[in-house]
Ligand binder design. Structure first.
Ligand SMILES: Nc1ncnc2c1ncn2[C@@H]1O[C@H](COP(=O)(O)OP(=O)(O)OP(=O)(O)O)[C@@H](O)[C@H]1O
Length: 351
């Protein structure tokens, strides 16, 4: 997990979300087929090999909320993000946004209306902006694609407005991406994401490629835009110091399964699942400075052949006999939900 906290103060969430569910992820599953082509299997031998990247994930995001997904590399964060925005079909389960199933049968018109309301901001603003296009063309692309402003003059004015909104100059539309710094390029990517007037934005590691000194500025911009336009974010990050500042709720993923979900403040103050505790122990944040830390014990197992029962049991300091055979169901612990046998009735606590 990354340990870099932004150097400038990040504004913490001030408004509480409305309570109305906007995004509902239900029984989401994605299996990748890693088998060799059938002819190679015939000649060289070997059977089918599959990898379950996301294994029955459920969560809901309220309107105006920032829901963060955290977990080590390979835990399934990006795969969930791609399924949520309509880039990758799920093997099972569903994602509904405003009651519409992202992967459901619907008319082309309804599809377009829904796609317009979902946008994504990627980790690397150097890779996500076409280097041969002027910023004007980059930002107006979704406006054109969704036919929002047929008149070119209106589009230029709108791009100027969007550039100002993200803290750039209205005339920057004439420049090319290479004329901007990393932080400015991410602002351009944000302006482009806003161009279709979305309600839901998936931010996949939006500041991980940026200098620590500009991370807080971009995070604050995202926060301001959220308050101004009532945006709902799914925020993917392996940087817990960042998540701590931006998230309203947090879901912790381990090998494709959610092991804990809790309001952000509660998760950081009082983590419940042994894996969450281990993750937080590995992050040098302000409160923990100077204290002894426990390194994350062991390595993440091979996802092609994950441990049975609770996937975390081989690394867990609180292992009990049935942890290696039974998948833990969700248990409510305060405002958190933890999938750990320690919280089953009669199992005692993990203190
Ligand atoms: N197209 C694919 N084909 C095969 N396996 C894949 C594919 N995409 C992802 N995976 C596997 O699925 C698992 C989850 O990957 P994913 O990228 O969602 O994790 P992540 O938590 O986002 O990790 P990172 O922080 O490294 O991006 C990993 O084991 C990965 O190797």
């Amino acid at each position: 997990m990354s340990v870099h906290a932004p150097t400038t103060a990040v504004q913490t969430p001030t408004k509480s979300p409305s309570g109305e569910t906007l995004v509902e992820v239900s029984g989401l599953r994605r299996v990748f087929d890693l088998s060799k082509p059938w002819l190679n299997r015939m000649i060289e031998g070997g059977g089918r090999v599959s990898l379950t990247a996301v294994d029955g994930v459920d969560f809901a995001i309220r309107r105006g909320e920032t829901y963060a997904l955290v977990g080590e590399s390979g835990s399934g964060k990006s795969t969930i993000a791609k399924m949520a925005v309509g880039l990758l079909p799920p093997s099972a389960g569903s994602v509904t946004i405003g009651g519409t199933d992202v992967w459901g049968e619907q008319s082309a018109d309804a599809q377009r209306r829904m796609r317009r309301k979902i946008q994504m901001i990627f980790q690397d603003p150097f890779a996500s902006l076409n280097p041969r296009w002027r910023v004007q063309a980059i930002i107006e692309e979704p406006i054109k694609a969704f036919n929002l402003l047929p008149d070119a003059k209106d589009r230029t004015a709108r791009v100027g407005e969007l550039l100002t909104l993200v803290g750039l100059d209205a005339r920057d539309g004439q420049k090319f991406p290479h004329e901007f710094s990393g932080g400015q390029r991410q602002r351009i990517a944000i302006a482009r994401a806003l161009a279709s007037d979305p309600t839901f934005i998936v931010c996949d590691e939006p500041t991980s490629a940026l200098d620590v000194s500009v991370q807080a500025q971009v995070l604050n911009l995202l926060r301001d835009l959220q308050e101004r336009f009532g945006l709902t974010y799914l925020f993917i990050s392996h940087n817990l110091a960042v998540v701590r500042h931006v998230a309203t709720r947090v879901g912790v993923l381990y090998l494709g399964r959610l092991v804990e979900e809790a309001p952000a403040r509660e998760l950081f103050a009082e983590p419940k699942h042994p894996y969450t505790k281990m993750l937080l122990d590995a992050v040098p944040d302000i409160e923990m400075e100077g204290k002894d830390r426990q390194a994350i014990a062991g390595e993440i197992p091979n996802p092609v052949n994950p441990p049975p029962g609770c996937h975390f049991h081989p690394r867990c300091p609180f292992i009990m006999p049935h942890c290696s055979t039974d998948i833990p169901p969700p248990h409510a612990v305060g405002n958190a939900v933890a999938r750990c046998h320690l919280f089953a009735e009669g199992a005692g606590t993990n203190d």
